[in-house]
Design a protein around this ligand. Structure first.
Ligand SMILES: Cc1cc2nc3c(=O)[nH]c(=O)nc-3n(C[C@H](O)[C@H](O)[C@H](O)COP(=O)(O)O)c2cc1C
Length: 367
């Protein structure tokens, strides 16, 4: 008897069944969520360790890379990789080749931190940019310890197309680096999310005010990237219920209904939705509604276990499920789910510390 006969439920509910994503044949419906690990040097992913880390995890249908900055000004933490110069492209090539050799697929997550940064990270020690001069409350971890967030500099209307262009170029660089596609990081209170929500966007130009105006930056990025990457290889990640990084909106359901509806009909690869993680807004959010409005592949994320993932697929609340912390601790999560084996627990103390420990040395399943 083979394992699929023994563990028929995992197979029949589909988590381990193949899936066609934009013409790419995924081995299963499991996705590795983007996970910042702060182990790059000068913006270049450290070839061999990162290649090992990602290749170890290539049995999921799709890997989404850690957040990768589109320009030197997009940075929000130490040790994050970029996709705006040749050294960074070369570093990523080693990773994408290793993943492809292991029969996996990998998208690059394109990131701009916006106000969730600090002058100590910025070229010329300037203030980070944002839609409006509203700082995040609290402190940010910098190389000199925790410091208060500063008031960001509001982007002038004429500057916005320059940032859109940086997204386009980074997407093109992702293709040069061998990625199968790109994910636009519009979640977790970073620059695009800052434009979307009226708690951080108080602009009175074409990028602020009404919902269509706040959506404009994201849609311009989608359109610019679509000129270099086929839409079927472009995903978008959002966190409609997230309050992390001081995210607030007067009507998140209205806003994200509009986001989902505006992204529909463009032939995009997927909408990737963080349904719960860290700080959450108080009001309940209707995710089924945005899945219906998007009307394409919906990747669900946030505290999913095997059982919850199976339920979501059976009830057609999601098409694919992404796993974050479980993928950090279990490179062989697909096999562990197949066998219903025990899982390693993630060690939070090594999430962002650098070094190979807690990165490529979690124990494999025995036997
Ligand atoms: C260490 C760590 C790093 C993360 N880095 C990113 C990131 O780079 N980009 C992103 O969109 N989300 C990031 N997230 C959020 C995860 O992708 C995911 O949404 C979150 O962990 C919830 O999923 P889980 O419950 O399966 O872990 C990170 C989370 C953790 C724990």
């Amino acid at each position: 008897m083979n394992s699929s006969q023994i563990y028929g439920d995992a197979m029949s509910t589909g988590l381990l069944k193949p899936f066609n994503l934009g013409g790419m044949s995924l081995a299963n419906r499991m996705v590795m969520a983007p996970l910042t690990r702060c182990r790059a040097a000068q913006g270049a992913i450290s070839g061999s360790w990162a290649a090992t880390y990602y290749a170890q995890r290539a049995s999921v249908g799709l890997i989404i890379s850690e957040a990768t900055i589109i320009s030197p000004y997009a940075i929000g933490f130490s040790g994050v990789p970029g996709l705006y110069n040749q050294a960074q492209i070369e570093g990523w090539k080693v990773v994408t080749q290793a993943v492809h050799q292991a029969q996996g697929h990998i998208y690059a997550q394109l990131w701009h931190a916006g106000r969730a940064s600090h002058p100590d990270f910025q070229p010329g020690a300037t203030a980070p940019v944002a839609p409006s001069p509203i700082p995040i409350s609290g402190t940010i971890r910098t190389p000199d310890g925790r410091q208060p967030y500063v008031t960001p500099r509001a982007l002038a209307t004429e500057e916005v197309p320059g940032i859109v262009e940086e997204y386009r170029q980074a997407a093109l660089n992702a293709l040069y680096a061998g990625f199968d596609g790109v994910e636009i990081h519009a979640a977790n209170g970073y620059l695009i999310d800052q434009f979307l929500r009226d708690g951080s966007n108080r602009r009175d130009d074409i990028y602020g005010g009404s919902v269509p105006n706040r959506l404009r930056f994201l849609l311009e990025i989608v359109e610019a990237i679509s000129t270099v990457v086929e839409p079927a290889r472009i995903g978008v990640r959002v966190s409609p219920a997230g309050a992390f990084n001081d995210m607030r909106d007067s009507d998140p359901q209205l806003l994200f209904d509009a986001v989902a509806g505006s992204l529909a009909g463009r032939g995009l690869a997927y909408l990737h939705v963080i349904e719960r993680f860290r700080e959450q807004a108080d009001a309940p959010f209707n995710f089924v509604r945005i899945k219906r409005l998007f009307d394409g592949v919906y990747i669900a994320n946030g505290e999913y276990t095997l059982e919850i993932a199976q339920d979501a697929l059976t009830q057609q609340r999601a098409d694919l499920i992404s796993f974050g912390r479980l993928m950090i601790a279990n490179a062989d999560l697909v096999e562990r789910f197949r066998l219903k084996a025990e899982l390693n627990m993630p060690d939070e103390s090594t999430f962002y510390t650098g070094g190979s420990h807690g990165y490529i040395d979690y124990p494999e399943l025995e036997g």
